[in-house]
Design a protein around this ligand. Structure first.
Ligand code: GDP
Length: 301
């Protein structure tokens, strides 16, 4: 798994290099540890928490050499990651048998929404599900065509409207079709216009109302797509979208292109939102279900 290997090793390399460069566990050591964690996008608050709890452990265990505390750092990070998500549910939610499930994808332009939908279309179609896509990003030129390309590549139909059509009308047509033609899954691509928070909120709310007019229990998932290479910016976007709509989970894309996998910790710790999927490239097969324990332990292999 080369993509994941890259972001794992980028993060772990930093930490290992850092530990190799220190001889004694003193104040300078802890300050540098904080810097290392922050530059891996773990986030300021979490970096301080890890470092403070580590100080306590080091005192209790009387650890003097950096190599002795490597294991303690790993355990601390796993503890903190798991403690922050005690009651979270990272599985995907589905409608009862016989009813269409709806996944709504939100996020700013360029983060990888359309690509992620294409990847999931492929995955679920191969699992034997009847999948439909809706091109409700009628705002960005080319977005509809891009989704249609994914549709033909993965042999999944796409409902689209004319350029600048009301996204809600495209969604309505798609939900009706999903219901009348017994689709298992409808995935909706939306426009992310960050420059206007109020508009965004209203548009997402309207889309949900339209969906619920046909399918009262839908959408089962509102997935916020974030680009891991944008680091702390991704965290700002998560805050904005979380305030605007009921996000049920995160898709973190471009994990193949970053040594800053620490953003996963920051999202969990600051937002209490589960990362459900990670993107590891541009191909249909470059999508993985995110498994927290595997990821955290994998970082330090
Ligand atoms: P959207 O505007 O949110 O729909 O974003 P797109 O799906 O158009 O993706 C923007 C760019 O990011 C495209 O060039 C994609 O090929 C690329 N991309 C998406 N996901 C990934 C990923 O996981 N890894 C890499 N390396 N590139 C990705």
């Amino acid at each position: 798994d080369q993509g994941l290997e890259k972001s794992r090793s980028g993060f772990a390399d930093r930490l290992n290099r850092f530990l190799a460069n220190f001889r004694t566990v003193d104040e300078e050591f802890f300050e540098n540890l904080e810097d290392t964690l922050i530059s891996s996008d773990v986030g300021f608050d979490l970096a301080l928490r890890i470092s403070n709890e580590l100080r306590e452990e080091v005192r209790l265990k009387n650890a003097k050499k950096p190599s002795d505390i490597r294991q303690v750092i790993i355990e601390k990070m796993v503890d903190l990651y798991e403690a922050d998500g005690v009651d979270e549910d990272i599985s995907m939610h589905w409608a009862p048998e016989g009813q269409p499930t709806v996944f709504l994808f939100v996020g700013v332009n360029g983060v990888g929404k359309t690509t992620t939908i294409g990847k999931m279309a492929e995955r679920y179609r191969k699992e034997g599900k009847k999948v439909l896509l809706a091109a409700a990003d009628t705002f960005r030129a080319g977005a509809t065509q891009q989704l249609q390309e994914w549709g033909s590549r993965t042999q999944v139909p796409v409902v689209a409207g004319p350029e600048k059509a009301d996204p809600a009308s495209v969604v309505y047509e798609a939900v009706e079709k999903a219901k009348n033609e017994n689709y298992d899954l409808l995935m909706v691509d939306t426009a992310g216009r960050l420059q206007n928070n109020v508009n965004l909120m209203q548009e997402l709310a309207k889309m949900k109302r339209v969906i619920q007019r046909v399918l009262p229990e839908a959408p089962q998932e509102v997935l916020l797509v974030l680009d891991a290479t944008t680091g702390q910016n991704a965290l700002q976007q998560a805050k904005l979208f979380k305030d605007s709509t009921d996000v049920t989970g995160i898709v973190l894309t471009k994990m193949d292109g970053t040594a800053k996998g620490g953003i996963i910790f920051a999202i969990r710790s600051a937002m209490h939102l589960p990362v459900k999927w990670i993107g590891l490239g541009e191909k249909a097969s470059d999508l993985r279900v995110f498994k927290p324990e595997e990821f955290v332990y994998g970082l330090f292999k």
